[in-house]
Ligand binder design. Sequence first.
Ligand code: AGP
Length: 613
Amino acid sequence: MCGIVGYIGDGSARGIILDGLKKLEYRGYDSAGIALHAGDKIEVRKKQGRISNLEEFIANDPVDSTLGVGHTRWATHGAPSDINSHPHCNGDSTIAVVHNGIVENYVELREWLIKEHGVKFLSETDTEVIAQLIGVCYRGDLLDAVYEAVEKMRGAYAIGVIAAGEPDKIVAVRKSSPLIVGLGQGCNFIASDIPALLRHVKDIYLIENNETVVLTRDQVTIYDKERKEVKRDVFHVTWSAEAAEKEGYPHFMLKEIHEQPGGIEETLTRRLSPEGMIKLDGISLTRKELERFNRIYIVACGTAYHAGLVGKYAIEKFARLPVEVDVASEFRYRDPLVDEKTLFIAISQSGETLDTLEALRDAKSKGARILSVVNVVGSSVARESDDVFYTWAGPEIAVASTKAYTTQLICMYLIALHMGLERGALPMEEYKRILQELLALPDKLRKLLETEPDIREIAWELFLYNKNDVFFIGRGNDAGVAYEGSLKLKEISYINSFAIAAGELKHGTIALIEPGTPVIALATQDALYEKMLSNIQEVKARGAYVVGLAKEGNQEIGKRGNANRVVYIPRCPDEITPVLAVVPLQLLAYYIAKFRDCDIDKPKNLAKSVTVE
Ligand code: AGP
């Protein structure tokens, strides 16, 4: 996600802000920029790409000041480019804004500004709308103008604002997205995150939601929504810089596991109209268009492929359309049946996986319509698709994918529900019921994450077993999740883990089960529970050590002769349990890898994005 930094003091705003932006690089970004107060106007320098590009650009066109704001952009609206980079200014560059988050009503605000104030926009971003809006509200008092502008904005954001006419002030606002203030001697700072400031200050204010803050060199004043001044205790940071990037978590992977409730909320809630209907970000999948397709492929790699397995179930269940799922590295070499009646769905966190990209290009060359589900805005897969449905998971730093997977599932459910309703295969009441169940998932996931200590304990037991063969089994939707849980364990703990559809065990693999073999048995599918219980009993009869995964309220699975240990997930419809069921498996893999002292965020031999075939 984006990062913002601001400084007011007597030092070099350029140097301090650039240094702060570098400390936010871990958040992931695709462009960077800086706005500095330079007399009667504001000077902006901004470039697509790394911060080093920006530094080179500034060196060729130097500018400095004692007041400024800076930004690293993670594109959500408008592809990465110089012009879409932040900061953004109003028309005469007397106001500059840096922004993290999304202004949901930016289109209507943009149209109003054009119509009522003749504003000419330079970029496609929602941030420029904020700068232009504050510009038209400005009548000599920046705090007044910001309050007036924010009143008109809807969304989740943190902004930092400077004005040419007020060389002694930064105004910042928090509405959901993080914002902190650094308290210095004769200087003060704003930032999205602690690492940006740690080099300069240890005392900070944590700004609360719907608060506005005014910084001068010697004073910081915090106001609430009604513009009443509020007092705030100073928070003294004791973290190291490295720990701060992980917000106190020991690894990015654990941080990202815990970011899943928020990522699901981001990916879901902004795709629902006020009437509670799904908005596919302008992607047209009308009944008529769906009737054009006689084949749907979901093609991806690794974790994204496992999300495709769940996506297949969802589309076949809700839209009653046949779906083929394939790993990208196999797809294009099997001479697949592809033509203009094919819908090709690519799933990719990075949007740069070459296997997936090449499969997409092959399908496109044969006339298929390309819909991609991608996390990185403006990535190659996104750019080469006809339609893109973004997973707003934010940057995923750990090589092992977690929050991208669960937000990919959410996107697949939204696409499947939309298709089902469009085709008349899904009654409206069922559509609404499942949507409500999806909206309930973030809180259920927060509750599930509270069982982390129990899962850590099971991981410790399995670690002590120190077995090198762990089996994951499941049926229906649980089979796809079993594959994902097995991959998590493999790629970060280096344990030889194996997943199989539970019904397949008796066709050979059960020969491998011997006394003490750990088996993770997923039994969340009510419709398949009895069958799954039999499979658990089969492996138990051969001495397996079974960790069961079941819905809360299941009194049977933990009984003698069944699972040795049980992890319970909150109840929800079978179709959407994968969003919850995968999380205990992510945590199990994490803690086993931790006990084995593995390099969890950067496992050996692996890359975050596999850009080779
Ligand atoms: C998942 O934990 C792995 N890092 C890997 O399997 C990954 O899912 C795969 O390489 C696909 O990456 P993508 O989603 O960026 O295309």
